[in-house]
Write a protein that binds this ligand. Structure first.
Ligand code: ATP
Length: 360
């Protein structure tokens, strides 16, 4: 990867996806300039409204262009009432995960200064954990192929050794990096249901095998029901939480609720050679077109993209820009920025303005 010619495929999608993408690019541009980063972007059509207009939710040309890019930045896709022939939602973001093998769904849950957290305990302000949602198998393995008969319906959960190994290595390496940054030992806690299902006992066995190779990181297991409880009771006690696809889907929304809601929850879907960065929220039809969408989740996703590009050899400038963007978001909210989703009056444009000022 040549450090000064990064190409980013941008898929704005539908609803507030388009609005938060525009806001993110408006911040990314001056940030890249300040750090001398040669980032070019290309906006690609896909999503529910594209489906409505053309009958194709994700044109192959868009997929190919995204596949060729150094990174993919995605807004959000889908719209109520616009469905595929089988009644399911339009979800090119899921196609990307499966077609590009993006097994590691990185969902940070971190309190932002000034943004109200859901818990009254003062330790909740120190919350800083990562839910690592496996994103290509688990219960989503049978997406689109579940069996439905007049008498029963059935979906199949699959856990494989290669993907569990990859996810576990990813978790331990992430815990090592976070440990270095925070100057403490990292800890990885596998979230499963090994007390009931053989597939999860298998997953635990594979995870333990990988854990043995990381003596510098603590490792543990937690049943998913107990984790739901502990994410509310003592979320500050956790670091990196790898888990099955469906469990991760649910727990990461719970995590978002702890730190101010979907507008504050970034995510990355990372594979061996590709990665998609997108806010964890959807297209929010109830507030689309009003200029009040909170772009913070996508701004933080863009910071994750810069950090990932740096880890892939794009250069220190990208890592510095990532740190600066995250700090600017913190500074803007610490300085009184309050978006509508947390009861404030600041719209999308006000967030862009405040974050740009904090960068300067
Ligand atoms: P999906 O099923 O595609 O994940 P959804 O439509 O069920 O999405 P979201 O769009 O994620 O749900 O959001 C649920 C609600 O949260 C929205 O209707 C909106 O009110 C609010 N919300 C989500 N994201 C944001 C945001 N960035 N800024 C402000 N409010 C948001």
């Amino acid at each position: 990867m040549a450090s000064n010619s990064i190409h980013v495929a941008v898929l704005p999608g539908d609803g507030i996806g388009v609005e938060v993408t525009e806001a993110t690019l408006a911040v990314l541009e001056p940030l890249a300039k300040r750090h001398g980063l040669g980032i070019s972007t290309e906006s690609l059509p896909a999503g529910a409204f594209h489906y409505q207009a053309t009958g194709d939710a994700f044109p192959e040309a868009s997929f190919k262009a995204a596949e060729k890019a150094d990174a993919i930045l995605l807004g959000a896709m889908g719209w109520p009432g616009i469905r595929l022939a089988d009644g399911t939602e339009i979800a090119p973001q899921l196609d990307l995960r499966f077609r590009l093998g993006l097994y590691a769904g990185v969902r940070p849950v971190k309190a932002i200064p000034g943004v109200p957290v859901a818990l009254a305990d003062p330790r909740a302000r120190d919350m800083d954990l990562v839910i690592l949602r496996e994103s290509t198998e688990g219960l989503f393995f049978s997406r689109g192929t579940g069996v439905v008969t007049p008498d029963y319906a059935e979906e199949t959960l699959r856990i494989t050794r290669p993907i569990t190994e990859k996810l576990s290595h990813f978790a331990f390496r992430l815990a090592q990096r976070r440990g270095e940054r925070k100057q403490r030992r990292g800890k990885v806690t596998l979230v499963d249901k090994a007390n009931v299902f053989r597939a999860f006992a298998f997953m635990r066995g594979v995870f333990d095998g990988v854990a043995a190779g990381y003596p510098d990181v603590d490792s543990a297991h937690h049943y998913v029901d107990a984790m739901a409880l502990d994410l509310v009771r003592r979320p500050w006690a956790f670091d990196v939480l790898p888990t099955e696809n469906m469990f991760g889907d649910i727990l990461s929304d719970l995590g978002a609720g702890l730190v101010g809601g979907m507008g504050f929850s970034p995510s990355a879907d990372i594979g061996d050679n590709h990665a998609v960065f997108q806010p964890a929220h959807g297209t929010a039809p109830d507030i689309a077109g009003q200029g009040i969408a909170n772009p913070t989740a996508m701004l933080l996703s863009a910071a994750m993209m810069l950090d990932w590009l740096a880890s892939r050899g794009a250069g220190q400038g990208h890592a510095d820009a990532a740190v600066e963007l995250e700090a600017a978001v913190d500074k803007a909210f610490a300085g009184g920025l309050r978006t509508a989703d947390i009861g404030g009056k600041d719209g999308t444009a006000a967030v862009v303005k405040a974050v740009k000022e904090a960068l300067a």
